[in-house]
Design a protein around this ligand. Structure first.
Ligand code: SF4
Length: 346
């Protein structure tokens, strides 16, 4: 049984230092000092959706659109694999040119090019349950689909008519298909209240997520929300720490958005319970066109070369890079439970 919203609200009201200390101790006990590395490949910035906060929205004609070719993606993945990266996150907008059939061939190509043992995470929006199954059969291991806000009214307004229920249905389809499932939310969205912050965390706990992505809302001037105030690092850190306490076995990345909002943002998340970093391996020529929000931290840095810098920073924090697959303990626990249940039925 997950925590009630009132208990979560009480947790959030605790002094930040207490929350961070408790979250960091839990992270150390459940996950150790290793920080999993995921190679992030932003393969298309085309999107048919028109979310009010997002620089990739279809209504934004101020960005140059791109989509990597299969050859570019495979070349990039191979280069990162040779440098030790074993898990890849393919992230893109809802690009109609990337049909499920095409994505299936790509996933098969990645596994065939590097190793069947490499983990492939997809983050390409809402698809049908049948499509999710095809992608899993092609070798996709994990899927990220952030709900962004647990408020159905706000969700529908921000996503120009797409109901929160549709997003939750897709998350349920992903779970039933057998993926390691990630979701999460933005901190500081317009209209956010203390009650909503607790509701966002409660939804993560109710979904029993394997991975939770939390990032501050950063106002993008090329969107209808461009004039609004952005979220704060302090609130992002508070939500990260509370999330670690509620979901001790989930993988929680220190997000690029936190690093873009403030220097040391990702380190602050790592100190508050996060245990994953996602260096950007997208070819540099495309990097500046994937502008979900302005001031993005990873536009100029080569993600692979950055590993050395990351290693140094982690060492200062008493942490270290881990280049393994980094399956979420929450996911492994679920698999064991399912297998035991199946054995009990036979
Ligand atoms: S948030 Fe995702 S679905 Fe919405 S416009 Fe941006 S890329 Fe597209």
């Amino acid at each position: 049984m997950t925590a009630a919203k009132t208990e979560i609200a009480r947790l959030l009201a605790r002094p930040l230092e207490h929350l961070v200390t408790a979250a960091d101790a839990l992270r150390a006990a459940r996950h150790g000092d290793g920080v999993w590395i995921r190679g992030l490949l932003e393969f298309t910035n085309r999107c048919r959706c028109n979310c009010l906060y997002c620089g990739l929205r279809s209504g934004n004609d101020r960005i140059a659109r791109y989509s990597l070719t299969e050859e570019e993606i495979l070349r990039t993945v191979k280069a990162a694999f040779l440098r030790g990266v074993r898990t890849f996150v393919l992230q893109g907008g809802e690009d109609p040119d990337w049909t499920t059939e095409r994505l299936c061939r790509l996933v098969e190509g990645i596994k065939g090019t590097v190793s069947a043992e490499a983990a492939v995470t997809l983050s390409c929006g809402i698809r049908s349950r049948r499509e999710y199954r095809s992608l899993a059969e092609s070798g996709a291991d994990r899927y990220l689909l952030r709900f962004e806000t647990a408020d159905p009214v706000l969700h529908e307004r921000l996503r120009e008519g797409i109901p929160l229920a549709r997003r939750l249905e897709a998350l349920s389809d992903l779970r039933e298909t057998g993926y390691e499932v990630g979701s999460g939310f933005m901190v500081g969205l317009p209209g956010e209240t203390e009650d909503l912050r607790a509701a966002n965390l409660k939804l993560c706990a109710d979904l029993d997520l394997d991975m939770v992505g939390i990032g501050p809302f950063i106002a993008n001037p090329d969107t209808p929300l461009g004039d609004l105030s952005s979220g704060t690092l302090e609130e992002t850190v508070r939500m990260t720490a509370a999330c670690r306490i509620l979901l001790p076995d989930a993988n929680i990345p220190a997000t690029t958005a936190a690093g873009s909002l403030a220097a040391g943002g990702r380190e602050a998340m790592l100190a508050a319970g996060a245990n994953v970093l996602m260096p950007n391996v997208t070819p540099l020529a495309y990097r500046k066109r994937y502008l979900l929000y302005p001031g993005k931290d990873t536009i100029r840095r080569d993600g692979i070369q950055e590993l050395e810098t990351i290693a140094g920073r982690l060492q200062e924090m008493g942490r270290r890079i881990d280049l393994g697959r980094g399956d979420s303990p929450a996911f492994r626990r679920r698999l064991i439970t399912q297998n035991e249940f199946r054995d009990g039925q036979n």
